[in-house]
Design a protein around this ligand. Structure first.
Ligand SMILES: Cc1cc2nc3c(=O)[nH]c(=O)nc-3n(C[C@H](O)[C@H](O)[C@H](O)COP(=O)(O)OP(=O)(O)OC[C@H]3O[C@@H](n4cnc5c(N)ncnc54)[C@H](O)[C@@H]3O)c2cc1C
Length: 209
């Protein structure tokens, strides 16, 4: 945590902190109202990251040094996809294209896989009527997607505090949540709503349920 809306993380997300996971990944996150990142190409992104994290300390110098040697630089806006409708004519959206929830919430893979299962099932159940299948797929998936897209209270602003008080509050919250008696409860609260859909059974369902 380095203030000024910046953050250096081993792995994105409170959930991983709570579960004490360490996948060896490193990331840097920052809030940016200027839109400069969008305009910058890969080299421009390196320049921008160096500017923003120059005085950040902690792990930041190591991450910045690695920018010169890594061939795995991934830089993207954190955002959600919210569409009024997921289909038109014979075209239908699935996964991130329909309802990307963002790395802040997690659940993107679950939405993509469950969506694929439901879409395949509805298409198979309504041969020759893709429009009806698409509508049924959306009716089943929408509430699940809406729930997955709910941002945690305070959202990105809380995770990237701009003031010393904000940093202290976040550190206190993470310290409390990672204390053994509270870990299970915090993990449950921080876990995304993966079971918030009852999977329908379709004829020929490979899961056999
Ligand atoms: C940093 C980060 C961390 C994440 N962490 C998690 C996590 O912990 N848990 C989780 O559940 N989700 C996580 N996600 C989200 C997850 O990766 C996505 O939600 C999921 O991959 C969406 O699946 P998808 O099939 O919809 O899209 P994608 O996996 O993006 O697949 C789309 C595919 O289409 C291909 N493609 C694009 N355009 C074309 C074209 N014109 N022609 C042909 N092919 C094309 C792409 O190359 C890609 O292979 C994370 C995402 C990011 C960025």
């Amino acid at each position: 945590m380095c203030g000024a809306g910046r953050e250096v993380v081993r792995r994105m997300g409170l959930e991983q902190a709570v579960r004490r996971e360490n996948t060896g990944e490193r990331g840097i996150v920052f809030t940016d109202a200027t839109g400069r990142r969008r305009a910058a190409g890969p080299d421009g992104r390196r320049v921008l990251l160096r500017e923003r994290f120059a005085d950040a300390g902690g792990l930041a110098p190591r991450v910045l040094a690695a920018l010169d040697t890594t061939d795995e630089l991934y830089a993207e806006d954190v955002g959600q996809v919210r569409m009024d409708t997921w289909s038109r004519g014979r075209t239908v959206l699935l996964g991130d294209a329909a309802c990307c929830p963002s790395p802040i919430t997690g659940m993107g893979t679950s939405l993509a896989l469950v969506g694929a299962y439901v879409l395949a099932g509805e298409l198979a159940a309504r041969p020759g009527d893709p429009a009806a299948a698409f509508a049924a797929y959306e009716v089943r998936m929408r509430p699940f997607a809406d729930r997955a897209q709910r941002l945690p209270p305070g959202g990105p602003r809380l995770a990237n505090p701009c003031t010393r008080t904000g940093i202290r509050l976040l550190h206190a919250a993470v310290r409390t949540a990672t204390r053994p008696p509270l870990t299970a409860l915090a993990a449950r609260l921080a876990s995304p709503p993966a079971d918030a859909i009852t999977l329908p059974r379709y004829d020929g369902d490979p899961t056999g349920r």
